[in-house]
Write a protein that binds this ligand. Structure first.
Ligand code: AMP
Length: 550
């Protein structure tokens, strides 16, 4: 498939508003693709380059891209940024700039999607001292070969944000439709192998190939997530339930084969280098090949330390030995996904638990099983007294469902009003904070779109502002006066006193007394608060206000 055909397909989808129409366009494109093209098309159409299990990054920030586009278009970088500010979109800006250029020098080379993919892979593979120069040279060549419409989507793919409104769910349905297989099978295969490109390839072979998928060691699986709920509700619905402490640390997935162990974060990034001590502990706890799910916490004087100290370790690249002495990291394992070549996610939770206890000798999180709400309530109080966040209640016969925030895991913790929100913009600070960002524009999500909700300017220490600045300075996509906009990526946990209806920001709500609580670098923008849940909170808040006054 030519990259131009892919770009036309994106353009067609961009003009559609109905999800079913989008699915239709994608499903018609899939059967004609070669086995090599199929995975590339599927990833590209979602704005991705690498499989979801891979933490590989292209390593091209907006700045590098603008420089390359400027070079190709014969302009300064600032002129490119100005164009982006004017059009409000990188892709459209690149398209317009290339169409001016192409009047002079029309590229006559036809790009194939597999070519583009291979070039992006080799760009990503550059590392070391001269890598930036090499990368930019390669990006210039690639953009130089692109026609205007191709440039629009190429630029967006490079920033891994295609913005044509195609989510994973639509692509899953399109795959099922294109190859006449059950959508549930497609979803199940995706849960195990975490790469929709590969799933599409298997779907084409047939349902048996999809049914046969296994989890692969060292390809991290998405983590199962929890919802809010109540003890009474869970016991009423399920009778006997399992309760565990909810540890306030960082989620990990541990993969072990023989004497090799690797750790992955909740965002599926490999964090082995930062946690050699934890890997050592887990390697020593089992003789089997396993994938374990758990939470690592930091302990000092036998009490859990705040979550922030664990995250700091996850990010740490240097001086690990020194860090190990300061605080002790302890894993708490609560699930098993794979044992000696077998995928066990479909077994009921208590059967998985039985296996877990059999094969892992230490660090398995204690569990209480009961149908008595008072017993569960007591576990909750014990958890809080021991300095943990609360409890998790789990349904005994439930499967492990990767990536899903279902009703089979319920979290119970003291009511606090905080939201996880994406940082999408900022204003430069003033006075002694003039060299860092001072106030931030944060956003929730609605049907896959990022929607501004509030500004946050309080709650930061100078140290935190410097840290946030470091994390964001390469993410600037446009700037105007004191305002900058970022490529959404960083997530803040934001506290607030009350939700108010307000037309100021796109979401239709605003936060009263918003304050920064912490960076959630264990979460990405797919996990930020949804507008629906904010509406829900607003309604609950109004009800409790009525109960209070009335
Ligand atoms: P939340 O991040 O508030 O949605 O809560 C869910 C998170 O709690 C999981 O992603 C884990 O990181 C964490 N957690 C702590 N203890 C447990 C446990 N025993 N079982 C499952 N998740 C746990």
């Amino acid at each position: 498939m030519l990259f131009l055909e892919f770009a036309r397909c994106c353009e067609e989808i961009e003009g559609l508003s109905g999800r079913l129409d989008m699915i239709d366009v994608i499903s018609r494109a899939l059967p004609g693709l070669s086995p090599e093209e199929l995975p590339v098309f599927v990833r590209f159409i979602m704005g991705r380059i690498f499989p979801d299990w891979s933490a590989r990054k292209l390593g091209i920030g907006p700045n590098l891209l603008y420089e390359a586009v400027g070079y190709v278009a014969g302009l300064k970088k600032d002129a490119v940024i100005e164009k982006i500010n004017k059009t409000g979109d990188v892709g459209t800006a690149v398209e317009e700039l290339l169409s001016k250029k192409s009047q002079i020098s029309l590229s006559n080379q036809d790009l194939e999607i597999v070519d583009v993919y291979n070039k992006l892979i080799s760009i990503a593979a550059r590392s070391g001292a001269t890598s930036q120069k090499e990368k930019i040279r390669m990006v210039k060549l690639l953009i130089g070969d692109a026609r205007p419409l191709e440039g629009r989507y190429l630029a967006r793919i490079m920033l891994e944000e295609l913005r044509i409104g195609v989510g994973e769910g639509s692509v899953r349905e399109a795959i099922a439709k294109a190859f006449s297989v059950d959508p549930a099978l497609v979803e199940h295969a995706m849960q195990a192998i975490n790469d929709l490109g590969e799933v599409a390839r298997l779907a084409r072979i047939g349902p048996e190939a999809l049914r046969d998928v296994r989890i692969t060691l060292f390809h991290p699986v998405r983590m199962m997530l929890a919802q809010q709920g109540s003890i009474a509700g869970m016991v009423q619905e399920h009778g006997e339930v399992a309760a565990e402490f909810k540890y306030d640390g960082s989620r990990f997935q541990f993969h072990k084969q023989g004497s090799t162990g690797k750790m992955y974060s909740r965002r599926l990034e490999e964090v082995s280098a930062a946690l050699p001590d934890v890997i050592g502990l887990l390697l020593g706890s089992t003789t089997h090949d396993v994938i374990l799910d758990g939470e690592v916490i930091a302990i000092k004087d036998e009490r859990p330390m705040p979550f922030q100290s664990v995250l700091r370790r996850f990010r740490r690249r240097h001086d690990i030995a020194e860090a190990q002495e300061e605080i002790r990291m302890v894993p708490n394992v609560f699930d098993i996904l794979y044992l000696d070549g077998k995928t066990v996610i479909d077994l009921p939770f208590l059967e998985r638990r039985k296996i877990l206890v059999e094969v892992v000798s230490q660090y398995v999180a204690p569990q209480v099983i009961s149908a008595d709400p008072q017993v569960i309530e007591q576990t909750y109080h014990d958890a809080l007294a021991a300095g943990h966040e609360g409890i998790m209640i789990k349904v005994p016969d439930s499967a492990y469902t990767p990536g899903q925030r279902g009703k089979n895991w319920i979290k119970i913790k003291p009511e606090v009003d905080t939201l996880d929100l994406a940082v999408i913009g900022a204003e430069w600070g003033e006075g002694k904070r003039a060299h860092v960002f001072g106030s931030f524009l944060v956003a929730c999500q609605d049907q896959g779109k990022i929607v501004p909700l509030s500004r946050v300017a309080t709650g930061f220490s100078d140290e935190q502002l410097a840290e946030v600045y470091d994390l964001l300075r390469d993410k600037v996509i446009s700037s105007a006066g004191k305002e900058v906009r970022f490529e959404p990526g960083l997530v803040f946990e934001v506290g607030y006193a009350e939700l108010q209806v307000s037309p100021t920001y796109g979401a239709g709500f605003a936060l009263r007394f918003p304050r920064f609580i912490r960076i959630r670098d264990d979460k990405d923008t797919t996990e930020i608060e949804t507008l629906d849940s904010i509406k829900d909170r607003y309604q609950r808040q109004s009800k409790s206000a009525q109960a209070y006054t009335g």
